[in-house]
Design a protein around this ligand. Sequence first.
Ligand SMILES: Nc1ncnc2c1ncn2[C@@H]1O[C@H](COP(=O)(O)OP(=O)(O)OP(=O)(O)O)[C@@H](O)[C@H]1O
Ligand SMILES: *[C@@H]1O[C@H](CO)[C@@H](O)[C@H](O)[C@H]1NC(C)=O
Ligand SMILES: *[C@@H]1O[C@H](CO)[C@@H](O)[C@H](O)[C@H]1NC(C)=O
Ligand SMILES: *[C@@H]1O[C@H](CO)[C@@H](O)[C@H](O)[C@H]1NC(C)=O
Ligand SMILES: *[C@@H]1O[C@H](CO)[C@@H](O)[C@H](O)[C@H]1NC(C)=O
Length: 499
Amino acid sequence: MLTALSVSHIPRQSMSSTRSPLCAVALFALLVLASTFLMRNWHYDLQEKTFASRHLDVDFLSLQNILFKELQERHEEIIPFYIASDGDNLLEFSGNFVSFYPSIKPDKVRKYNHKEILIGSSSPDEDMVACDQLDDMKVVDFLGSGYTKFVVKADLPDGLTIALKSINDQGTDMRKCLEEFKDPVGCHELVSFKLKKEIILLQRLQHPNIVKLKGHCRDKTPAGGITAILEQGTPLQMIQLLQSPWEERFRVCLGLVRLLHFLSESPLGSVALLDFQPRQFVMVEGELKLTDLDDATTREPLCRTDADCLLQFPLRNFSARCSERGLCEGMNEMRNLYNAHRYFFLYLLPHQAPVTLRPLVDQIMNSTAELRNNTNGTLEAFEEVFHIFRSGRHLENLPPTLIREYTSMRGVSSAGNVDYRCWPSYNQQGCVLSVHSTREAAAICHSHPQCTSFSLRGQRTWTGRLLATFRSGFSHLVPDVHSVVYMRKTKASLGGAPQ
Ligand SMILES: Nc1ncnc2c1ncn2[C@@H]1O[C@H](COP(=O)(O)OP(=O)(O)OP(=O)(O)O)[C@@H](O)[C@H]1O
Ligand SMILES: *[C@@H]1O[C@H](CO)[C@@H](O)[C@H](O)[C@H]1NC(C)=O
Ligand SMILES: *[C@@H]1O[C@H](CO)[C@@H](O)[C@H](O)[C@H]1NC(C)=O
Ligand SMILES: *[C@@H]1O[C@H](CO)[C@@H](O)[C@H](O)[C@H]1NC(C)=O
Ligand SMILES: *[C@@H]1O[C@H](CO)[C@@H](O)[C@H](O)[C@H]1NC(C)=O
């Protein structure tokens, strides 16, 4: 997992010299070759130089060339994302690719003629934030950081709160690059390609479960850093989610499957998230959103035989088919779906699912554990569960007589309440649960020994279910047009709060 991460963060060919003996040998051979060649050329000009210092210069030049090649490769990697566009949103940035990398002498390297395509003013969308609006922003909080990027929360004068993502100069990516190349400008440029890639992917892949890009800017300094302006979320807290009601956990899983379905048929092809972990996501008002896209790939792996299409996980292997086109078709989708199973569904989905939905949930768990269904089929199964849950169809067998145990009083709410706690409550102090109907609320109150009344105020959850507050007593009623109180007749405790 971590190796995959570091490999994808810093390209193989350049960084493996310290790791792989074979590459180290190859690199050494290259250096020797280069040094003999260059030493011959320099012999006439640089007679006074000692061998040691000459050798160092050669080393340095070779490294520069390698870094330059890396930069070209990163550049080439993201070009298809710009080309595969509808054209209107294409923002061209004129200037030579090497413009931010002046330390390379033009005659020593192949000229690179692509225009750099990036970073202009944003399109005039209401939700967009223009770069000059950042002049008056106030950074108010640190939101997170990783190998590559650094994210802060900022307030704009108009009251809008945004997240700003930029390169993490203290991050592992930057550190490794500096160790290798000792070139701060070149390394910043190299690491910046990840953020550039993320920005263009955020533009191309818009979905309710992908964080919204509100703009992107470049500092005015020559080698200026890039900043992405994003809607602000909160880092995903798995522990907190585990303690939340099933309805909220289901929302996260459903959002994830909707996202994976979109990615499997995206405008850029089938997209795989190579580094798929909870920390690549944030929550925005209860909705899961992908924020880290720099490790996404839009290409299915190349293959010659089926044996090349092995999909490995720590506890499980799968195999995809090698198509006639020489691609492991469907493998990106399989990778995403199994990762969703092992990082999300396993923890969030089965636990406390409504009893009557359990068979369907178990089926989803089983089919994703074995990858027996594609993303399409899995999404269908999720939407089915969602539909049943929302419509209350799973509650048809509740006894209709229970509600008769309660007296309802409209236009009042209770005061002097005696709350009790239940789990998993929407409110830490009392017992607040979502219900489809008063009939379901009556059944819940019936099943809690402490419960003597419940009330509804018309507040709803994301699925449209009502929030009900369950109590063991209250002292009196007060007028309240928004509220209905249901009192249990047998245990009715008006004025009967325990002493
Ligand atoms: N829009 C946002 N709102 C709130 N927090 C965010 C937002 N975007 C990112 N974060 C937080 O910042 C962290 C780092 O962002 P991101 O994952 O893009 O950086 P990274 O360097 O690629 O990380 P990694 O090394 O995990 O791949 C995330 O884990 C997340 O917690
Ligand atoms: C997955 O495949 C690899 C390579 O063939 C093998 O070494 C490993 O044991 C397999 N793992 C499982 C869990 O089957
Ligand atoms: C899921 O798999 C378990 C164990 O393999 C099995 O007992 C159960 O019946 C399966 N459930 C469904 C709904 O397929
Ligand atoms: C998913 O279903 C849609 C419509 O049913 C179909 O067009 C598409 O090809 C399917 N995709 C996959 C990956 O199976
Ligand atoms: C795949 O999903 C579809 C839609 O939910 C379902 O009808 C089908 O039975 C599933 N197939 C398997 C093998 O689980």
